[in-house]
Design a protein around this ligand. Structure first.
Ligand SMILES: [Zn+2]
Length: 131
């Protein structure tokens, strides 16, 4: 029996963004499964600072990283986000801040910032790879 391989995504709860991001991360990283940590517009919370939302996100990520040995984390912003209804430029800054925060939690893991556009295509906007 071969061991399953995992990555972890911090995604919006939006149903339109789940499958595209899972497929993108599976192809990019060659993993079997992508653990899903979902909140409405999580990049906003991760960019703003400590809060119960951020604590919950971190607790979920810890399970993925510790129990499933997730090899990387993807953080997702997307077009038409109901939970974080701000323009793309602001979301890009939030993704940047969110990647920085999650990087501080897991210094050894690659952390990717991903954008899902109006066609539900996934674009990698940041790749923060430890040396
Ligand atoms: Zn959303």
């Amino acid at each position: 029996m071969s061991e399953a391989s995992f990555a972890c995504m911090i995604n919006c709860m939006d149903g339109r963004t789940q499958e595209p991001v899972i497929q993108f991360m599976k192809q990019k990283l060659g993993v079997s499964y992508v653990d899903a940590v979902t909140e409405p517009g999580p990049i906003r919370y991760l960019a703003e600072g400590d809060s119960p939302w951020v604590e919950n996100i971190r607790a979920c990520c810890d399970i993925s990283v510790v129990k499933h040995r997730a090899c990387a984390i993807g953080i997702v912003g997307h077009y038409d986000c109901a939970g974080n209804p701000v323009e793309q430029g602001i979301q890009m800054k939030q993704i940047d801040d969110a990647v920085r925060r999650v990087r501080s939690w897991y210094p050894a893991l690659p952390v990717y910032g991903l954008w899902v556009d109006a066609s539900w295509r996934v674009e990698e906007v940041i790749a923060d790879i430890p040396q």
